[in-house]
Design a protein around this ligand. Structure first.
Ligand code: GCO
Ligand code: MN
Ligand code: MN
Length: 396
């Protein structure tokens, strides 16, 4: 009997291959530390509040989140400064909180590979943080981000994510975006100076999102971030943290955005989740809306040399209680491992590989170049795509 009062959970029935026992299937997709799965404290801690309704779940203590994620096989957690340390904590309070959290991490054998800063929740940031038109707010935001970098260093993080949730506008008459870009650049340059001055081994990963919570957010896509990074004082210290849902909100293909980041040597971190196009910011369980799109992202991460954590930035449906939240977390990791298994099968499938080979062989056709013939040739992509569908649907 599980906590829902059911004798069996839905996954107890999953059988992936004829003759493969349920126990083996469960063990096979059991996450381990080597998989390097991480979750934001704010993801499992999400209380289900939305613009239309109140919280539906109790506050989850950071220690409880760490403990329950560790038991599921996660590698670590990530956090905003204020997920752990209240915005108005004194230095002594901060030190005590960090000490206690370090104790829990050690006890659960969990890491904190990434820390980020909350520059969006407090009302002071309602017109932006590093791009606020108020110099004193820009200064405060910069100091807060530096303190979050210090916190990351204390916790052993190698990546500092910078998500400019309020760096944007609704009223374009109010702010010149050229000023905003200059302030943003000054802000990020100051953060890299802070890292260098302190000798931290930390890199910054900038995360793009097109909208929400602002009407329009500056540097709306991963591609825009990459162009901006090239204008910084220390571009070598700054990369990107693409999020699947954010690229989809912009109508883009996350597979291509992540590939561009990898190609630029800038994929420092990644936020895995899912999103239905044309909706509000949903933060769905990884791959739950678009498993085919997610398959290609997993393929890219596994085959493209990405070494960082597989970080989930998603949250459970508002319908869930706390146990449902950890079913959600387990689901994110299992689906990743199942898709990783599909990546291996794709590489070993004789029909898929044979078809790819014949497509490639035909593309090597020799001179003379025959324009008319190339215009009538069939590429067999329908057949290839259907084979991938059948692989993903479990019949290959
Ligand atoms: C969002 C963002 C955030 C950031 C996080 C890290 O849509 O709210 O994805 O979850 O990733 O704040 O800075
Ligand atoms: Mn997001
Ligand atoms: Mn994110």
């Amino acid at each position: 009997m599980n906590s829902h009062g059911l004798v069996q959970g839905p996954h107890d029935h999953q059988v992936f291959e004829p003759g493969m026992g349920v126990a083996i299937a469960a063990e096979r997709f059991q996450p381990t530390k080597q998989d390097r799965f991480t979750f934001g404290l704010w993801t499992v801690g999400n209380r289900g509040r939305d613009p239309f309704g109140a919280s539906v779940r109790p506050t989850l203590a950071p220690g409880t989140a760490v403990d329950r994620l560790a038991k599921l096989g996660a590698y670590g957690v990530t956090l905003h400064d204020n997920d752990l340390v209240p915005i108005d904590a004194t230095p002594d309070e901060r030190a005590a909180i960090v000490r206690e959290f370090q104790r829990v991490l050690a006890e659960c054998d969990m890491r904190v590979p990434m820390v980020t800063v909350n520059l969006f929740y407090d009302p002071v940031f309602k017109d932006g943080a590093l791009t606020s038109s108020v110099p004193a707010i820009r200064r405060y935001a910069g100091d807060k981000a530096k303190a979050a970098i210090d916190l990351g260093n204390d916790l052993g993080a190698e990546t500092f994510v910078l998500w400019g949730g309020r760096e944007g506008s609704e009223v374009d008459a109010a702010k010149n975006p050229l000023d905003a870009m200059a302030w943003y650049r000054d802000g990020v340059n100051a953060l890299t100076e802070h890292i260098l001055d302190n000798g931290y081994s930390m890199r910054i990963a900038m995360e793009a999102k097109p909208n929400e919570p602002r009407g329009d957010i500056y540097l709306a896509t991963t591609g825009a971030m990459l162009a901006f990074i090239a204008t910084l004082d220390h571009p070598e210290l700054v990369g990107v943290n693409p999020e699947i849902a954010h690229e989809k909100m912009a109508g883009l293909n996350p597979y291509h955005s992540v590939a561009q980041a990898l190609d630029a040597g800038k994929l420092f971190h990644i936020d895995l989740n899912d999103q239905k196009p044309g909706r509000f910011d949903q933060d769905l369980r990884f791959a739950s809306d678009d498993p085919k799109g997610a398959f290609y992202v997993v393929k890219l991460l596994e085959e493209g040399g990405y070494q960082g954590p597989r970080h989930f930035d998603a949250h459970a449906y508002r319908t869930e209680d706390v146990d449902g939240v950890f079913e959600f977390a387990r689901g994110c990791m299992r689906t990743y491992l199942i898709l990783k298994d599909k990546v291996d099968r794709f590489a070993q499938d004789p029909e898929i590989q044979g078809l790819l080979q014949s497509i490639r062989a035909r593309s090597q056709a020799v001179d003379p170049f025959d324009r008319a013939a190339w215009g009538t040739v069939g590429y067999a992509y329908e057949q290839l795509d259907q084979l991938v569908m059948e692989l993903l649907l479990g019949v290959r």
